[in-house]
Write a protein that binds this ligand. Structure first.
Ligand code: HDD
Length: 756
C-alpha cells in the first residue's frame, strides 16, 4: 500500500477542536463507527471457525455459556455511561468552575472514574503470580467406573469443560516467562458433580514434605526481603541456604536444575498432580493414583543461555506462544495418564507414597492413558478469567479423595484461605470463571460482593418451612473414604522412609542422557555461582556428593572448589537403589512428530532470491511451521527478480533467540548487506550456539562465514543441523532442514563453554 493510501485509512480524532473554549459547552457526540466482529470479540468465540482449519471449536469448549455469556459485555454501537448507566456527555474534561478554574468536588463522573481506576489492582498470588490460561475440554477415552465414580470418567467420549492456568512460581505478576522455575499446571474441571481442581506442576515431586515448611520455602525463594532482589530467580543466597539445609529438597533440585525448568513452550511440557490421591468407585473400593499429563507436542526445552536472552527479547514468550497457537487453531493437547496401585503394592515400594519428594517409577506402576485434554479457546478478558480464577487443592468431587500426604493436607486449607484476601471475601466462588456449571444450592449467605439473590426465608437445615430443602444428598453425595489408620498418639514427626533424601535424586540423574546431565551440571554451576556466601556453595556440594561423584566433581570444578565430604545422611536404614528409568528423560516421549507451530525466520534484504524465499515459505507452511520474514527494517525489500517482499519483523525487534530455526536464502547483494549488520551476525551466531537448525542457500552461506560459524563439527564430521545447499538442490535441502527442525536441536554441536 502506498503511503497516501495508508494515510487515508488512518482516522484522526474529529472532535479535538470541540474540547476547547466556548465549543466545549456543547460537546458533540463521540466519533463512532460500527465495530468489526474481531474488535468486539477479542478472541475467537465458540462459533467462529479456526482461521487455519475452518473448523469451529468443538462443543464443550466454554465452561458455561450460562455463567460466562451472562457477563460478557460488548460496547459496540453503545453510548458511554457511568456505572449507574447515566449517559456521559463529555469524557474529555473534568468539571471546572470556569475554563481556567479549579475542578469541582461535585464532578461525580470524574470521581467515579478515578475511584474505580484507583482500585483496579488486586493482590497478586503469593506464589504462581505470573500465569497464562485457556479454555478447553477433557475427553475420556473409556469408562473408568470400575476405578472411580468421578464424573469426567463416567463413559467413553464424555467431554468435560476445563480452564487451565500455567504459571511460574517465584516471579511477580509482570516477571518474564522463561526464567528457570517450576511451572504450575492447574486444571479446573467443570464436572456434573462440581468443580474438580487438579492443581499440579510440571515436575512430579516437591521440595518439601510437610506443609509446615511451605512458608519457609517461599520466603527463601522469593526476592530477598531487604532489597527485593532477585526477581523470578532461585539463584540467590536465601534459596540455596534453605535448600542446602533441607536435604529432602535434593530430588526436586535435580529436576529444577534440568531442562524441565526452562520449557520451550507451555504446550510442550508434562504436568503432574504430584501427590498420591485416591480413586474411589461407587462400591467404595479405592486405589491410589498419580496423575500425569503428557503433551502430544512432546517435551521440548530451551537452552539456558537462550532462556536468559529470551527473557529480554520477549518476556511474554510463553504467554504469546500459547495465545498464538490457540488463535491459529493449533490448540495444544495433553493425554491424561494414571498410575494406579493398591495399598498392598504401595507397602512394598521402597519409599512412602505419602512423601511428595518421591515419584513412583513407571517400572513399578505403568501409565494408563485414559483421556485427552484440548485447549482451544483463549480467555476474552485476562483479568476476569486468568487473574480471578481461584484454584484450590481442596476442590475434589465424588470418586476422588485425598491421602494423608502431609503436604497435601496443608494445601487443603491454604487455597481457600488465600482467595479470601486475594479476591476480597468468601463469595469468590460466584465469580463467573469459578462458578460450577452444575446446580449449586446451600444455606451459605451474605458476605462481601454477594451476587446471588437467594429467595425465601429459609437459610438453615433441617427446616420444615422450605420443605427440608436443600436436602443432603446422602450416599449420592461426596463421602470420604473410610480408612483404617493405625491408632497413633498425637505426634509432630515423619515416617522413617521420608528420611531417604538421595536415592531418587540419583535415579533421576542416572536416567538422563549425556546432554541432559551436562545441562544439570551447568544449572547447578550457574545458580551456585550467583550465591555470594561460599559456605552455602560448599553445603550444597556436600548434598550433591550423596547423589553422584561425576555430578559433584563437575559442579565443584565449575565453582573452583574441592569436592567436600558428603552431607551426613538422615537415616541409618539401607538406601534403596533403582534401575534407571528412561521415562524420566525429556527425550522419552517425543510426542507428535513434525514441525507444526515451529517458528522459523527467513532472513532477507534487497537482492534476495525471491523464488527461494517463496519456496522455503511454502515448504514450511505445508507442514504447519510458521515462517517469518525478518529483515533489517520494516516495509518492503526488493528481491533480485524485482518482486517486493514484505518484512514482518526486524532484526532489531525479533532477535534470533525467538525462532526455532533460521533459513538464509540465496542472493549475493542480500548476503552482503546482512553480513555487514551486527544484528544479523548475532542472529545466526545465537542460532548456532543454541544448536538450532540453519539452512543457507547459495550465497546465503556468506553470512555464516562472516559470522565465523564452523562448517563442520570439531572432529570434522558433518553438522546435522547445518544445511548448506545450492539453489538447484533447495527441495532436497528443505527436506533435510525440516527433518532437523523436527529433531529440535543438533546437540552434537554443543560445547561447554560455547565456542561460538
Ligand atoms: Fe500451591 C498456588 C501448585 C504446594 C499454597 N499452587 C498454586 C498454583 C499451583 C500450585 C499450580 C497456582 C494456581 C493458579 O494458577 O491460580 N502448590 C502446587 C503444587 C504443590 C503446592 C503442585 C505441591 C505438590 N501450595 C503448596 C503448599 C501450599 C500451597 C504446600 C501451602 C500450604 N499454592 C498455595 C497458595 C496459592 C498456590 C498460597 C497461591 C495462589 C493461590 O494458591 O491461589 O494457596
Amino acid at each position: 500500500a502506498s503511503a497516501d493510501a495508508l494515510a487515508n485509512t488512518v482516522t484522526h480524532n474529529p472532535n479535538k477542536r470541540a474540547e476547547h473554549g466556548e465549543a466545549s459547552r456543547t460537546p458533540p457526540e463521540g466519533h463512532h463507527v460500527p465495530a468489526t466482529p474481531a474488535a468486539t470479540a477479542g478472541t475467537r468465540s465458540e462459533n467462529q471457525a479456526s482461521p487455519k482449519t475452518g473448523v469451529p471449536p468443538a462443543p464443550g469448549v466454554n465452561p458455561n455459556d450460562g455463567s460466562l455469556q451472562r457477563v460478557r459485555a460488548d460496547a459496540s454501537g453503545q453510548r458511554l455511561t457511568t456505572n449507574q448507566g447515566v449517559p456521559v456527555a463529555d469524557n474529555q474534561n473534568s468539571l471546572k468552575s470556569s475554563l481556567r478554574g479549579p475542578t469541582l468536588m461535585e464532578d461525580f463522573i470524574l470521581r467515579e472514574k478515578i475511584t474505580h481506576f484507583d482500585h483496579e489492582r488486586i493482590p497478586e498470588r503469593i506464589v504462581h503470580a505470573r500465569g497464562s490460561a485457556a479454555h478447553g475440554y477433557f475427553e475420556a477415552y473409556e469408562d473408568l467406573s470400575s476405578l472411580t465414580r468421578a464424573a469426567p470418567f463416567a463413559q467413553a467420549g464424555k467431554r468435560t469443560p476445563v480452564f487451565v492456568r500455567f504459571s511460574t512460581v517465584a516471579g511477580e505478576r509482570g516477571s518474564a516467562d522463561t526464567v528457570r522455575d517450576v511451572r504450575g499446571f492447574a486444571v479446573k474441571f467443570y464436572t456434573d458433580e462440581g468443580n474438580w481442581d487438579l492443581v499440579g506442576n510440571n515436575i512430579p515431586v516437591f521440595f518439601i514434605q510437610d506443609a509446615m515448611k511451605f512458608p519457609d520455602l517461599v520466603h527463601a525463594v522469593k526476592p530477598e526481603p531487604h532489597n527485593g532482589m532477585p526477581q523470578a530467580a532461585s539463584a540467590h543466597d536465601t534459596f540455596w541456604d534453605f535448600a542446602s539445609l533441607m536435604p529432602e529438597s535434593m530430588h526436586m533440585l535435580m529436576w529444577a536444575m534440568s531442562d524441565r525448568a526452562i520449557p520451550r513452550s507451555l504446550r510442550m511440557m508434562q504436568g503432574f498432580g504430584v501427590h498420591t490421591f485416591r480413586l474411589v468407585n461407587a462400591d467404595g473400593d479405592s486405589v491410589f493414583v498419580k496423575f500425569h499429563w503428557l503433551p502430544l507436542a512432546g517435551t521440548h526445552s530451551l537452552v539456558w543461555d537462550e532462556a536468559l536472552k529470551v527473557t529480554g527479547a520477549d518476556p511474554d514468550f510463553h504467554r504469546r506462544d500459547l495465545w498464538e497457537a490457540i488463535e491459529a487453531g493449533n490448540g495444544p493437547q495433553w493425554e491424561l495418564a494414571l498410575q494406579t496401585f493398591t495399598e498392598e503394592q504401595a507397602a512394598q515400594f521402597p519409599f512412602d507414597v505419602l512423601d511428595a519428594t518421591k515419584l513412583v517409577p513407571e517400572e513399578l506402576a505403568p501409565l494408563k492413558i485414559v483421556g485427552r485434554m484440548t485447549l482451544n479457546r483463549n480467555p476474552d478478558n485476562f483479568f476476569a478469567e486468568t487473574e480471578q480464577v481461584a484454584f484450590c487443592a481442596a476442590h475434589i468431587i465424588p470418586g476422588i479423595d485425598f491421602t494423608n500426604d502431609p503436604l497435601l493436607q496443608g494445601r487443603i486449607h491454604s487455597y481457600v484461605d488465600t482467595q479470601i484476601s486475594r479476591l476480597g471475601g468468601p463469595n469468590f466462588h460466584e465469580i463467573p470463571i469459578n462458578a460450577p456449571i452444575c446446580p449449586m444450592h446451600n444455606n451459605q449467605r451474605d458476605g462481601m460482593h454477594r451476587q446471588t439473590i437467594n429467595r425465601g426465608k429459609v437459610a438453615y437445615e433441617p427446616n420444615s418451612l422450605g420443605g427440608g430443602c436443600p436436602h443432603q444428598a446422602g450416599m449420592a453425595g461426596f463421602t470420604s473414604l473410610r480408612t483404617q489408620e493405625a491408632p497413633e498418639d498425637k505426634v509432630r514427626g515423619k515416617p522413617e522412609l521420608f528420611a531417604d533424601h538421595y536415592s531418587q535424586a540419583r535415579l533421576f540423574w542416572q536416567s538422563q542422557t549425556r546432554h541432559e546431565q551436562q545441562h544439570i551440571i551447568n544449572g547447578f554451576r550457574f545458580e551456585l555461582s550467583k550465591v555470594t556466601v561460599p559456605a552455602i556453595r560448599v553445603r550444597t556440594l556436600s548434598m550433591l556428593a550423596n547423589v553422584d561423584d561425576a555430578l559433584v566433581s563437575a559442579v565443584a570444578a565449575g565453582l573452583g572448589l574441592p569436592v567436600p565430604a558428603p552431607q551426613p545422611l538422615a537415616t541409618s536404614q539401607p538406601i534403596p537403589s533403582y534401575p534407571p528409568s528412561p521415562a524420566l528423560s525429556l527425550m522419552a516421549r517425543p510426542g507428535q512428530q513434525g514441525i507444526a507451530t515451529r517458528q522459523v525466520a527467513i532472513l532477507v534484504a534487497d537482492g534476495v532470491d525471491g523464488d527461494g524465499v517463496r519456496t522455503i515459505q511454502a515448504a514450511l507452511e505445508a507442514d504447519g511451521a510458521v515462517p517469518h520474514i525478518v529483515g533489517p527494517w520494516l516495509g518492503l525489500v526488493v528481491a533480485a527478480d524485482g518482486a517486493p517482499i514484505a518484512v514482518e519483523r526486524t532484526l532489531e525487534n525479533a532477535p534470533g533467540v525467538l525462532f526455532d530455526a533460521v533459513a538464509i536464502p540465496c542472493g549475493e547483494q542480500a548476503a552482503q548487506t546482512l553480513s555487514s549488520l551486527a544484528h544479523a551476525l548475532d542472529f545466526v551466531r545465537l542460532q548456532y550456539r543454541h544448536c538450532k537448525p540453519i539452512l543457507a542457500v547459495g550465497k546465503g552461506t556468506l553470512l555464516l562465514a562472516k559470522a565465523q560459524i564452523p562448517a563442520q563439527l570439531p572432529d570434522g564430521s558433518p553438522d546435522p543441523g547445518l544445511i548448506g545447499t545450492e539453489p538447484a538442490d533447495l527441495p532436497d535441502a528443505l527436506t533435510a532442514f525440516k527433518h532437523a527442525l523436527a529433531e529440535g536441536r543438533a546437540w552434537v554441536r554443543e560445547s561447554d563453554p560455547p565456542a561460538v
